[in-house]
Design a protein around this ligand. Structure first.
Ligand code: NAD
Length: 333
């Protein structure tokens, strides 16, 4: 395990380990490997980084005199490390265990009073990332599939980002190809190391594309649905993605052609939806806790301060998109 030597390369010796409470992540093992370099463990990371949790972890880091955060977990854990780094400059060594991709981005998010705010800051970009597919073997198949679709969403929006570029587009297309080819095997045979490795490779590419190009309507909707309606992150991305692609299809034909090519289909939105059916994913927002009454509010928040998007972001059209995602029907061709 390269963890101790990588901590030393950062010049650190008082590590604060961050994680979620799940036992399956085997924190005990990480703690043993790091030995007396461990100053403390904080395992209360939750989705969307509530400000109160961020404050508690920041105080702990200060109290312990920590000089580095080692994050072992998915985007929630990496996000907590970022919240600490944002106010303290502590370096992050990230050990991702999902396909969310946060470890490759300078993007942070904090949620306060039901509103999620995101920003970019070079201080929160992890200094070191260790990818170890063995740590993803315990990620349940359904969550693996949804998390993989979250990564595909990063790639898809990078392909039509207002500030994209040819290299990022190449990485994005390759990321979609790798994830779409690995995920069916990951779901069928979660202990298949080759498929896990390929999926993590796709997630790495996806993280880079997310960190390098702006996001658009799809990510905006998911931030609103997660931050304000507390819907689960990866599943929300997965459900909204085909409908967001349908919304943008005619406004971004080149991006859609590349997404379709990476999926091996003719049409990007239906190709994504069909992949989700194959992976056995939940397809409707109504099945993950969204209320019908909430749709109008979500559309309002998302359209009041939209991200740049290939097609104009209008309230009525966005509400129609959300209604389709709520019902979970296959988008029309
Ligand atoms: P997560 O980190 O919340 O993890 C989901 C669940 O899976 C948790 O219960 C976790 O303990 C468990 N888990 C994680 N890895 C596991 C493993 N290998 N085995 C067993 N269980 C495991 O989920 P996520 O989708 O990775 O992250 C979501 C959060 O990340 C959201 O808040 C989202 O906004 C943020 N995010 C941020 C960025 C960014 O660039 N800033 C990018 C992507 C996601």
């Amino acid at each position: 395990m390269q963890l101790p030597s990588e901590v030393e390369r950062l010049g650190a010796g008082r590590v604060l380990i961050l994680s979620t409470p799940e036992k399956s992540l085997n924190l005990q093992r990480v703690t043993e490997i790091l030995g007396d370099r461990v100053a403390g463990v904080y395992d209360k990371a939750v989705m969307h980084v509530p400000l109160a949790i961020a404050e508690e972890a920041r105080h702990l880091a200060q109290e312990l005199g920590a000089d580095c955060c080692v994050t072992v977990g998915g985007g929630s854990t990496t996000g907590l490390g970022k919240a600490i780094a944002l106010t303290s400059d502590l370096p992050i060594l990230a050990v991702p265990t999902t396909y969310a991709g946060s470890e490759m981005t300078p993007i942070y998010g904090l949620t306060d009073a039901g509103m999620k705010k995101t920003g970019r800051d070079a201080r929160v970009l992890p200094k070191t990332v260790i990818y170890d597919p063995a740590l993803t073997l315990t990620l349940p198949p359904a969550l693996s599939a949804a998390s993989g679709m979250n990564a595909i969403a990063h790639c898809a929006e990078a392909l039509y980002a207002h500030d994209g570029n040819p290299i990022i587009s190449m990485m994005a297309e390759e990321g979609i190809r790798a994830l779409a080819s690995a995920l069916p095997t990951v779901v069928e045979d979660p202990a298949n190391m080759e498929a896990r490795s390929e999926a993590l490779y796709g997630a790495w590419l996806a993280g880079i594309t997310l960190g390098s190009a702006g996001v658009a309507l799809h990510h905006k909707l998911c931030h609103v649905l997660g931050g304000t309606f507390n819907l689960p992150h990866a599943e929300t991305h997965s459900i909204v993605l085909p409908h967001a692609m349908r919304y943008n299809r005619d406004a971004a034909p080149l991006a859609m052609a590349r997404i379709a090519r990476a999926l091996g289909t003719e049409d990007a939105p239906t190709g994504l939806y069909d992949l989700e059916v194959k992976l056995g994913l939940t397809l409707a927002l109504k099945d993950i806790g969204m209320t019908e009454e909430g749709l109008e509010r979500a559309a309002r928040i998302a359209t009041d301060a939209p991200y740049p998007n290939p097609r104009a972001v209008e309230y009525d059209d966005t509400l129609a998109l959300l209604r389709d995602a709520y019902e979970g029907q296959r988008p029309p061709k």
